[in-house]
Write a protein that binds this ligand. Structure first.
Ligand code: MG
Length: 246
């Protein structure tokens, strides 16, 4: 099942997708173009992986990490499918990052890898935009790079865990203005989703609705005002976003 949060006729609704249409909780059916898409999740904590694909680390001229490189994002950076993302006027390099997102289904603490999937509710797609200009150093890490209003599109929906046979073998693609610019597979992650759940839950509680953005493969390209950026993961979804002037 694919579960969305949308606004329609002045109200917020949960909806499920059925053959290209959305069915609201009260039974009404609407088309995907009639609704305003909201982030499909409302997490307390957003975890995001840096350099979790060796080919992406290499293209940015970083060494692949030997322990997960995790940072946090504020929930107010999220926007939904078909949203508008602001490019700062002075930025010279803003790239997209198509990422598989694991949505936590229940409270997790000290979970072992072999049990990790029990704690997952489902999956969605995020575009973890980065403004490379603002990357500084060890003492001032990536706050302005990665925590910006509108700079984390997510959705369109959460796909139930049961519908995805192997989340660690899904094709990842990004299109800018319909041109394919990024292609990879979740099988190339350095730290897998079960590994990340064991690692994180060994020192912090994961709560229902929390999300883990699992990193992006090679294929970073600068994006400009007016670009339509589509981040797509096989079996999960196709997330559309447009870049506007700040
Ligand atoms: Mg990222």
């Amino acid at each position: 099942m694919r579960r969305a949060r949308i606004a329609y006729m002045g109200d917020v609704h949960l909806a499920i997708e059925n053959e290209g249409r959305l069915i609201l909780e009260d039974g009404r059916e609407v088309t995907e173009n009639e609704v305003f898409w909201l982030p499909p999740v409302t997490p307390k904590t957003i975890f995001a992986l840096g350099l979790n694909y060796a080919d992406h680390a290499a293209e940015l001229e970083f060494k692949a990490p030997s322990e997960p490189l995790v940072f946090l994002k504020g929930p107010n950076t999220l926007i939904g499918h078909q949203g508008l993302t602001k490019r700062p006027a002075n930025a010279t390099y803003m790239h997209y990052e198509c990422e598989l997102v694991a949505v936590i289904g229940k409270k997790a603490r000290n979970v072992k890898m072999k049990d990790a999937y029990e704690y997952i509710d489902g999956y969605t797609v995020a575009n973890d935009y980065a403004i490379r200009d603002y990357l500084e150093n060890y003492y001032r890490p990536n706050l302005r790079v990665k925590n910006r209003d509108t700079c984390t599109p997510i959705g369109p929906w959460v796909v139930d865990k049961a519908d995805i046979e192997d989340p660690m073998n899904l094709r990842i693609r990004t299109f800018v203005n319909e041109k394919l610019t990024q292609e990879g597979s979740t099988k190339d992650m350095i730290f897998t989703i079960p590994y990340l759940i064991e690692y994180l839950s060994s020192f912090i509680t994961l709560n229902r609705g929390d999300i883990i953005l699992t990193g992006t493969p090679k294929g970073a390209v600068d994006t400009k005002v007016g670009d339509e950026v589509i981040t797509e993961i096989e079996g999960i979804g196709r997330l559309v976003n447009t870049i506007i002037e700040e």
